[in-house]
Ligand binder design. Structure first.
Ligand code: BGC
Length: 790
């Protein structure tokens, strides 16, 4: 395999273990397991975790004198455990025995985690442990672990114990430790056949049933011991000097959410019994990964290419073609850890645009997750006194608002009200994704049915939320929080929320105008159906038209204001804070711990106004402002970019990405610094300790899209593929393949100012490519080279 396809860690570093476990997680879209040592249990260093997409449970805890309810993605029984010791000796772990060598290799091409460790047993005796681990990409219910033990300098007996452990809790995030993490009950273990054991349990309140089964193949006899929460298979290997013994553990996992099964335990036992041996499992697993890499081909040279491949790998492990069959959303932290409790935020805005052009069926499934919760979103709007759909800031199983009521500031130890639920802009992100998905895939059926239903109700919410201000002669949207989560209230205000967040209002105007356009374009029978079901009539459409043209976008000092009054807030002494604290990304926590509040300052956590430059190409953004009766020229935009660049602390991994994107599009030299920050986000744990709690999926996918749409200026609109590449000197050559409106494997390659496009043969329609200075039509089976204008 060519260089850049392996992600490696050399040596054992306890302090890095949590991060490595996250980045060495293996998954297949259905479930994922962190890259923990099989011989270690959860403690301050290690945290094995296994999560099935969409498997949540809700518990109530006492926090700071209040009863708070939280829904968590459940840490399921641990299938990994496999420990070993010389007969009668202590169990060997990296924390209790001496390691002579330790290496982890994540093979990105084949989706396998290799582990090579040499344990020093004293007196010249060395035990080499080599493991190969997969979470199967072809059969999403299977995982497998092969362990090879080699004796050096001795012969002797090695005891090996392999378990399924149901005694696990959700305890992977220190900040959540005051919360109840005991999600599993009725844990029972049993034996199916001498080499196959099982474990079953239920989640405490969501009452999901989980079945797990393990088949152990050893060179020696296997015996079984079942305890209440654990089943253990034991085997005694006879090691000879220089000889190798192999133990294979194959595991099946089902839950009662799975289709086409009667009982998860029966399904797991049955599946593991039918599963082929380890080598055959590898073959089918590798084939599936090959296919994935072909469908998401990305060529970027050097270290950036290496990191991007890792990002793509984790994206594909969280959202794979298997996701297309599930009722799940985009978990902000992947299936890689417990931060944000597996919840679904607006982060899909950074994920779907990439998926749309490779796995449209996955995008569609993720949008269907939102559509199934449209009724709940309408109920939430009603409860807030509004019409339409109010999607939750954090979504879990049933689409109700899952944002916690209190959050802990680890710096001050105080539990504080969490007002981030006022980020109503999540609805616009869903609408944007509906539109983008349909443009990229040409899926008119979705656009006219579920897509239209969502768009209509989201638009209706915005129109109803907008209030007319006679003095401004404009509509205003009050009491919201924008993407910059730092500001959640005006200084000294008794109520949370801010007025006229520019991002919220401009995207709301976009949603309204798109909804109007779509309704006008619907086939008449379908328009009638929608009107009958929703009570939509001409006067409501007139109101939408009016609101879409009159929403207030505040300005100050010649720049777009993040919200009304932002310009009147105090300036933060940035230098002073940087000097005093070094890392000031979480300025909100620093100021709160000082007894102050970030609400008083012009200081933002992440891109907010600048998100507009991320979502919309300059011409579209100018058009949106024009529709609002406002002028947005290059000068205003560039001033706005500079203004916020100096007032943002980048307390979210999304921030570096958006700034990198916006600056690259503006052809600014600082772009690369932010792109690099986005590339480093998880591998260097830029947000200080957060990667160990799960990857940042939005930022990872966003870096892929930075190449795909950011640098190329690729847009799918009006039935054409629009391209307007911008140069980024540090990334001047790249290529990728997309699926566009039924054309599979369309390859684009850009080298300096030359663009090659090749469309594989098929009987699908040709592709119309529009550059800023010309339009070309490429027939299936043809390729073309285009010189780009400077
Ligand atoms: C960011 C949000 C994001 C969330 C989940 C927060 O830190 O501010 O924009 O949606 O993380 O990734």
């Amino acid at each position: 395999m060519t260089a850049g396809w392996t992600w490696e860690y050399e040596g054992y570093e306890p302090a890095d273990e949590r991060l490595r476990e996250s980045l060495c997680t293996l998954g297949n879209g259905y479930f994922a397991t962190r890259g923990a040592f099989p011989e270690c249990t959860a403690d301050d260093i290690h945290y094995p975790g296994t999560y099935v997409a969409g498997c949540y449970n809700r518990l109530t805890s006492d926090v700071a004198g209040r009863q708070v309810e939280n829904e968590d993605m459940v840490n399921l029984p641990n299938w990994l455990p496999l420990r070993f010791r010389l007969r009668g000796g202590p169990w060997l772990t990296p924390d209790t025995a001496t390691l002579l060598e330790h290496r982890l290799e994540l093979l990105l091409a084949s989706g396998m985690l290799l582990r090579h460790t040499r344990y020093d047993l004293g007196k010249g005796r060395v035990l080499t442990v080599r493991q190969q681990r997969i979470v199967h990409m072809a059969d999403p219910h299977l995982a497998a672990l092969r362990t090879e033990f080699t004796a050096e300098g001795f012969s002797g007996e090695l005891e090996v114990e392999a378990s399924l452990d149901g005694g696990v809790t959700n305890s992977g995030v220190p900040r959540y430790r005051d919360l109840d993490g005991h999600h599993l009950i009725h844990v029972h273990a049993g034996t199916a056949t001498p080499d196959t054991v099982w474990l079953r349990c239920r989640t405490r309140t969501s009452d999901l049933r989980i079945g797990m089964a393990a088949r152990l193949t050893s060179d020696a006899l296997v015996t079984v011991r079942n305890k209440s929460r654990r089943t253990t298979q034991h085997t005694l290997l006879t090691l000879t000097e220089g000889g190798t013994c192999t133990v294979d553990k194959i595991v099946a996992l089902h839950t009662s959410r799975d289709p086409a099964i009667s009982d998860p335990l029966y399904a797991a036992v049955d599946r593991v019994g039918r599963a082929p041996g380890f080598d055959d499992l590898l073959t089918s697993h590798f084939t599936s990964w090959d296919q994935l890499w072909r469908r998401a081909a990305l060529e970027v040279a050097g270290e950036p290419g290496h990191v991007l491949r890792l990002h793509l790998f984790h994206l594909l492990q969280t959202l794979s073609p298997h996701t297309a069959d599930l009722d799940v959303g985009v978990p902000a932290r992947g299936l890689h850890g417990e931060a944000y409790r597996g919840h679904v935020f607006w982060d899909e805005l950074f994920v779907l645009p990439f998926l749309n052009l490779h796995f449209p069926e996955v995008s569609r499934a993720l949008l269907r997750y939102r559509h199934r919760r449209l009724e709940q979103a309408c109920t939430s709007a009603l409860a807030a006194g509004r019409r339409g759909a109010l999607y939750p800031w954090q979504s879990g199983s049933d689409g109700r608002e899952e944002t916690q009521q209190l959050h802990l500031n680890p710096r001050s130890g105080r539990w504080l009200p969490d007002n981030s639920r006022l980020q109503f802009h999540v609805g616009s992100a869903i609408a944007y994704n509906v539109w983008q998905y349909c443009e990229a895939s040409g899926d008119m059926e979705f656009l006219h049915t579920k897509g239209a239903e969502m768009l209509l109700q989201i638009a209706r919410f915005w129109a109803d939320a907008a209030v007319w201000d006679d003095s401004l002669r404009r509509h205003r949207i009050k009491g919201v929080v924008g993407p910059d989560e730092y500001h959640d209230a005006y200084p000294d205000a008794t109520m949370p929320g801010l007025d006229d967040n520019a991002y919220t209002n401009v995207t709301a105007a976009w949603v309204l105008s798109r909804a109007l356009e779509l309704i006008a374009a619907l086939p008449e029978p379908r328009r009638r159906e929608l009107a009958e079901r929703t009570g939509l009539d001409g006067s409501e459409l007139e109101q939408w038209e009016e609101v879409s043209r009159t929403l207030h976008v505040p300005f100050h000092a010649g720049v777009i204001s993040q919200f009304d009054g932002y310009g009147e807030l105090a300036e933060l002494p940035w230098k002073d804070y940087r000097h005093r604290y070094g890392d000031i990304r979480r300025l909100d926590r620093i100021l709160e711990a000082e007894g102050d509040t970030v609400n008083r300052y012009q200081a933002s956590k992440q891109a907010d106004v600048l998100m507009l430059g991320y979502l919309f190409a300059p011409a579209e953004l100018r058009g949106l402002f024009h529709r609002l009766g406002l002028t947005l020229d290059d000068d205003i935009w560039h001033r706005t970019v500079d203004y916020y660049l100096h007032r943002t602390s980048h307390g979210s991994t999304l921030s570096g990405l958006v700034h990198g994107w916006v600056l690259a599009r503006a052809r600014r030299a600082e772009a690369w610094k932010f792109c690099q920050e986005a590339l480093q986000g998880d591998i260097a744990d830029v947000q200080g300790g957060t990667t160990g709690e799960g990857i940042h999926l939005g930022a990872m996918a966003g870096t892929l899209d930075l190449i795909q749409r950011g640098l190329t200026g690729l847009e799918t609109r009006d039935g054409a593929l629009w391209l307007d590449p911008v140069p980024l000197p540090e990334l001047s050559s790249y290529g990728f393949a997309v699926r566009y409106q039924g054309n599979w494997g369309v390859r684009l390659h850009l080298e300096r100012r030359e663009l090659d496009i090749a469309v594989p043969s098929s009987d699908v329609s040709p592709i119309e490519v529009r550059l800023t200075d010309r339009t070309v039509v490429i027939e299936p089976g043809e390729s073309t080279r285009l010189e780009l204008p400077d």
